[in-house]
Design a protein around this ligand. Structure first.
Ligand SMILES: NC(=O)c1ccc[n+]([C@@H]2O[C@H](COP(=O)([O-])OP(=O)(O)OC[C@H]3O[C@@H](n4cnc5c(N)ncnc54)[C@H](OP(=O)(O)O)[C@@H]3O)[C@@H](O)[C@H]2O)c1
Length: 340
């Protein structure tokens, strides 16, 4: 084994409000030797995701909070580099929840072998992984999108949003998208093929923007952002519209929850349905998702973008960048070059 020491990132304290680099600590630890029946895995890629902010607080949550003084967790792609009669072969790629560290052990209880021939391995953290499946479940099962419907997607140039825009187009919808930079807006129009996109930071009135771009109303709003964008979307929903409550990133660093959207009564008058979902509850859709998504990626019908930071030491920067719109597509951290 080449390295005898590895690194991992711990949470120093629970942030209140916007987290800063001070909340994270990089810790050097010995690289463990695989015991009998174990494999040693070196992480090649790890994911940073907005939901991790929800785990950075004490007390009950929809996923357990991170422990202070222990490595953070999250999705990663690792490669087996040593095996002591373990369940995987040296060179195998594994998808696991062992991010924020460089090395880990498995006796088969942790990690699922992935097929690197379907797509570059990091796609299992993006379009072929949890974010892609979130877009798929949200639109097809929760939003029940139909050809010809108008679908509005906020956070549209991110990991979930960029895939959602393209699935909705593949399903024959008219897609309106919002994102936080002109470069993202240009990509959404030119590469993702949406019908209209706008930079929400530049529009003077979101409600007017949506009224003009969705003259027949919004049939399905795929909400990644919450707050003002949800309020403006509710005002512009068509009768019997559906709001897919996927996430509300604009609220994740709030010190106390703001009052509900002023337009909430529209839920009654326009007979709307708002439904939240967590992708993990929809595992039964995984085979269909993997079949469709690998076909769409291979055929170039879904194009993916990623923003990459190199080195474990930059993982906190990558995570904090999610809340500043620094990522275009999936935010990833590359931890090591993959060996052949
Ligand atoms: N329900 C589920 O099972 C599930 C699963 C995965 C993700 N999610 C949710 O889906 C949403 C997107 O996740 P993702 O992984 O795809 O992240 P992402 O969109 O790749 O990254 C976050 C993006 O959010 C935007 N943003 C950040 N702060 C904002 C603010 N205050 N107002 C408006 N936009 C803001 C930024 O883009 P701009 O440049 O456009 O501002 C940023 O790039 C999140 O809300 C996440 O929690 C839900």
């Amino acid at each position: 084994m080449a390295a005898t020491q590895g690194r991992e990132i711990h949470l120093r304290e629970y942030p209140i409000g916007v987290p800063t680099p001070h909340h994270f600590e990089i810790v050097t630890v010995p690289v463990p030797d695989p015991g009998p029946g174990e494999c040693l895995v070196r992480n090649v890629w790890m994911s940073v995701d907005p939901y991790m902010r929800g785990r950075m607080r004490a007390g009950p949550n929809f996923v357990p909070g991170f422990d202070l003084g222990k490595p953070l967790e999250g999705a990663c792609i690792g490669q087996v580099i040593a095996s002591n009669n373990g369940p995987f072969a040296v060179g195998d790629y594994l998808l696991a929840e062992k991010g924020w560290r460089e090395y880990w052990l498995t006796s088969g209880d942790v990690g699922t072998k992935i097929d690197p021939s379907l797509a570059p391995v990091e796609a299992y953290l993006g379009p072929l992984g949890m974010p892609g499946m979130t877009a798929y479940v949200g639109l097809l099962r929760i939003g029940l999108i139909q050809p010809g419907e108008t679908v509005y997607i906020s956070g549209a140039a991110g990991a979930v949003g960029s895939v959602a825009c393209q699935i909705a187009k593949l399903k024959g919808c008219r897609v309106i998208a919002s994102a936080g930079s002109d470069e993202k807006v240009a990509w959404l129009k030119e590469e993702a093929g949406v019908d209209h996109a706008f930079n929400y930071r530049k529009v003077s009135n979101l409600n007017d923007e949506l009224r003009t771009s969705c003259p027949q109303g919004i049939n399905v709003y795929f909400d990644n952002v919450g707050g003002e964008q949800l309020d403006a979307a509710l005002r512009n929903m068509a009768m019997f519209g559906r709001v897919v409550a996927c996430g509300m990133i604009s609220l994740y660093n709030a010190e106390s929850p703001p009052p509900g959207p002023p337009s909430i009564f529209r839920v009654v008058t326009a007979r709307l349905r708002i439904e939240g979902f967590i992708v993990f509850d929809h595992e039964d859709m995984r085979p269909a998702f993997l079949a469709d998504m690998s076909k769409w990626l291979r055929g170039g019908q879904i194009r993916s973008k990623q923003t990459v930071y190199d080195g474990l030491e930059n993982a906190p920067k990558a995570f904090l960048g999610l809340f500043k719109g620094e990522n275009f597509g999936k935010m990833l951290v590359r931890l090591a070059p993959a060996s052949a």
